[in-house]
Design a protein around this ligand. Structure first.
Ligand code: 9MR
Length: 747
């Protein structure tokens, strides 16, 4: 038994298993402990440390004082050498550890103790003061007698104390293979289909010829029947699938089920109500992301929390934030704004696309034939500003815009008018951690051309949309946008450092031509000035084919410009061609959607799902939806509406990626304050929170321990530790808000 498993798994270098909280192992006869003295009862021998680390026994653990100021993780370490590893053998690597103060990480490895110091297994958990147990399974890719277990502790600015106990490397354990529970093989939109809209489903089956299906209402009566269409092997999942089209059925109701091949799919509604609610929930997500303001329980029951990063200890506060050393000698008040995601960072680049997309949701409501501006109007979102006669969606976005404006370099400074790329903690912090409990120093990072142009674009767009409600703010925003534009022209190639990813994300981008195009477009649409039109028309991006397979995002912003130039009224020469280019892009996404047995407008090259693939699917749907707004052709409306099915459950994992929507849905998104999975005193993410979704690169250790070798749609796990597949962010929920709003408008 063991040999067979081992042979199978030697195909991959490592295979992961459960992490925290494994039951004590029922040791089989051939399980052999490789580590000597992992319990530290009387001595720390034979464990070694680097010379800068002092280790000693403390309460039956090994505790090490780790110095600050080292450059690399391995510059401060504790370890044990001379371990024997057998190729193809599966091992369980387990330990308990804690770190004080909170927020430090340990890189725990099993590797080679001599050059070239190969690493066979590694994981980098964040340590907490109270401590955690960790347990992983991996398969050794080599035979060696020079194996090492190492705990690398360096690379941080501040000293900390690290303690560990019960270190074990048990050989001969059966590898644990993660199998997601994907439920019934009939895959549907678990939320709702529109009565007059398309209704499609996917059946996973080994059958290669057509099968009968039945649609049942909530009483179990069959209300429609038909035949499946075999689609062969689906590349995005590796499954043999059929598709089902039950669009001829148009009656409203709840609790429908679809039955095929002896399986009953999860229940769903036919109606529009769910989308009206989703439009609101997706937009309400932003209030609880706010920094610098206490979240009120009367507005969000269960989500109240103190204001984050105001100047109340242990926060160092965002009202006088210095630059990283050597970057500037002033401080800025950068209070407010939204936290980016599950971290406490605030980034102009990602704030920009999110702001644009929410403002565009409002702008579309003003310009599109099916738009209904009152739906996100005053009083719709239960925010502190509700009742002030300004549309709530604009009030919410204003919270971020005010922050973006504060990130502009002040007059008199060398880079005046540019925007700092981002501000965040000096070091990564652990989970859970309320914004108000974050003790880290906060820093401004260098200004970048892209951030400056994000500011120019969104402030310019804001100027035209807030003008009817607040002329003073509109004028202030436009002045800031112009200033940013001028500064970007003067500094066209100041890019964020791709290695600046400690304590916050890098959001690095080495091409600003799309951001120049976007900012020029927004400035033109707001002012009508020829200089901006000239820049738009002269930009190579203006006529480039920008609607590629991945979809637009924070780094690729040309579509923001193109969609606005196509829909916001203007006298731009050649505007018809711009509109045609959107239709052409939509045709391509429609063709992709039709070719996919799961019916989504997404087929990335080599089936490599990108970080945040769910929002890219929604963004491709936005292009299709915009083609409908431009042309009125129903095929675009139907394509855009159908794209929601994938997000809401018609996918290989048979789950809705929106918290609170669908019978099985993502609800453990990576977050420092919606950390219910780690501590039930915290809430889960609020209803309407979108998970990032399948990400083929699985950058986080948790996903790596579970999903090695995953195919496309399977590269996702609903666990709080999986920050690369299961985070939530302001730029992903803006895509959801935009699409939920469109679909609700089609009711
Ligand atoms: O969404 C971002 C993705 O496109 C990048 O490849 C990745 C690495 O820079 O960062 C992602 O954004 C994260 C950001 O860096 C920090 N806050 C959370 C964001 C979502 O995971």
């Amino acid at each position: 038994m063991k040999r067979r498993r081992t042979a199978l798994l030697s195909l991959t270098a490592l295979i992961g298993a459960a992490l925290v909280g494994l039951p004590a192992s029922g040791a089989a006869a051939d399980e052999v402990e490789q580590v000597k003295n992992g319990t530290f009862d009387t001595t720390t021998a034979p464990w070694w440390t680097t010379s800068n680390v002092t280790a000693a026994l403390s309460d039956g653990q090994l505790c090490a004082d780790v110095p600050g100021g080292t450059a690399n993780r391995w510059d401060a370490a504790v370890g044990q050498n001379d371990l024997t590893l057998v190729k193809g053998e599966s091992y369980r690597f387990a330990f308990t550890a804690n770190g004080s103060p909170d927020g430090h990480a340990v890189r725990a490895i099993v590797g080679l103790s001599a050059a070239p110091y190969d690493t066979y297994f590694e994981v980098t958990p964040q340590l907490s003061v109270s401590g955690n147990s960790y347990s992983y399974t991996f398969t050794s890719p080599v035979d060696t007698a020079q194996g090492q277990v190492g705990f690398q502790l360096g690379g941080g600015a501040d000293p900390f104390r690290f303690c560990m106990d019960d270190v074990s490397l048990l050989g001969g354990v059966p590898p644990e293979v993660y199998e997601p529970d994907t439920g019934p093989r009939v895959r549907v939109n678990q939320v709702a289909y529109l009565p007059a809209g398309p209704k499609n489903a996917t059946l996973v089956t080994s059958a290669t010829t057509k099968l009968p299906w039945e649609l049942k209402n909530s009483t179990g009566a069959v209300v429609a029947r038909g035949w499946t269409v075999p689609r062969g092997t689906d590349a995005s999942s590796g499954q043999n699938v059929h598709s089902i089209d039950f669009g001829a059925y148009k009656k409203q109701g709840t609790g429908f089920t679809l039955v095929a091949d002896g399986e009953t799919g999860r229940p769903f509604d036919i109606g529009t109500g769910a989308y009206e609610k989703l439009r609101l929930d997706a937009a309400k997500y932003y209030y609880t992301q706010r920094s610098g303001i206490a979240i009120r329980d009367d507005l969000r029951p269960g989500y109240a929390r103190p204001a984050g990063h105001v100047d109340v200890p242990p926060n160092q506060g965002d009202s006088a934030v210095p630059c990283q050393p050597g970057v500037c000698d002033y401080t800025l008040d950068v209070t407010g704004g939204w936290y980016d995601a599950g971290d406490h960072g605030k980034y102009v680049v990602n704030g920009g696309i999110s702001t644009w997309e929410l403002l565009s949701t409002h702008e579309r409501a003003l310009t599109a034939r099916t738009g209904q501006p009152a739906k996100l109007g005053d009083g719709s979102l239960a925010i502190p500003e509700s009742g002030n006669k300004v549309p709530d969606i604009l009030d919410e976005v204003r919270w971020e815009l005010d922050f973006l404006l504060k990130m502009q370099v002040p007059d008199g400074q060398p880079l005046a008018g540019m925007a700092h790329h981002k501000m965040h903690d000096e070091q990564w912090t652990g989970l859970p951690l309320l914004p108000s409990d974050d003790p880290q120093k906060r820093e401004l990072h260098p200004p970048s051309t892209q951030a400056t142009l994000n500011l120019a674009a969104t402030a310019a767009q804001a100027a035209r949309l807030y003008r009817p409600h607040d002329t003073t703010f509109a004028a202030k925003a436009l002045a800031a946008a112009r200033k940013a534009w001028t500064a970007a022209l003067a500094h066209p190639e100041r890019y964020a450092d791709p290695n600046d990813g400690i304590g916050g994300g890098a959001y690095a981008d080495s091409d600003a031509t799309d951001e120049f195009y976007w900012a020029a477009a927004e400035l033109y649409l707001t002012t009508g000035e020829k200089a901006f039109a000239d820049h738009v028309l002269a930009s190579p991006v203006h006529t480039a084919d920008i609607f590629g397979p991945l979809g637009y995002d924070w780094a690729r912003t040309a579509a923001a410009a193109r969609l606005d130039l196509a829909t916001v009224p203007s006298r731009l020469p050649g505007r018809d061609k711009v509109r045609q280019s959107v239709i052409k892009g939509a045709d391509r996404y429609l063709a992709t959607l039709k070719s996919q047995a799961y019916g989504m407008p997404y087929a990335p090259a080599d089936n490599l799902y990108d970080w945040g693939s769910n929002h890219q699917i929604l963004h491709n749907a936005v292009v299709i939806a915009t083609a409908y707004d431009i042309s009125g052709a129903s095929k675009y409306r139907d394509g855009a509406v159908q794209s929601m099915d994938y997000i809401l459950g018609r996918n290989a994992l048979n789950m809705s990626y929106v918290t609170g929507y669908g019978e099985v849905n993502s609800h453990n998104q990576h977050s420092r304050w919606y950390a219910r999975q780690l501590d039930p005193r915290h809430p889960a993410p609020p209803d309407g929170t979108l998970a990032g979704g399948p990400n083929s690169s699985i950058q986080d250790p948790y996903a790596q321990s579970k999903l090695q070798g995953c195919v496309g749609q399977f590269c996702y796990i609903d666990d709080i530790q999986s920050w690369s597949t299961n985070e939530h962010t302001i730029n992903w929920n803006s895509a959801l808000t935009r699409m939920a709003s469109f679909v609700a408008d089609q009711g």
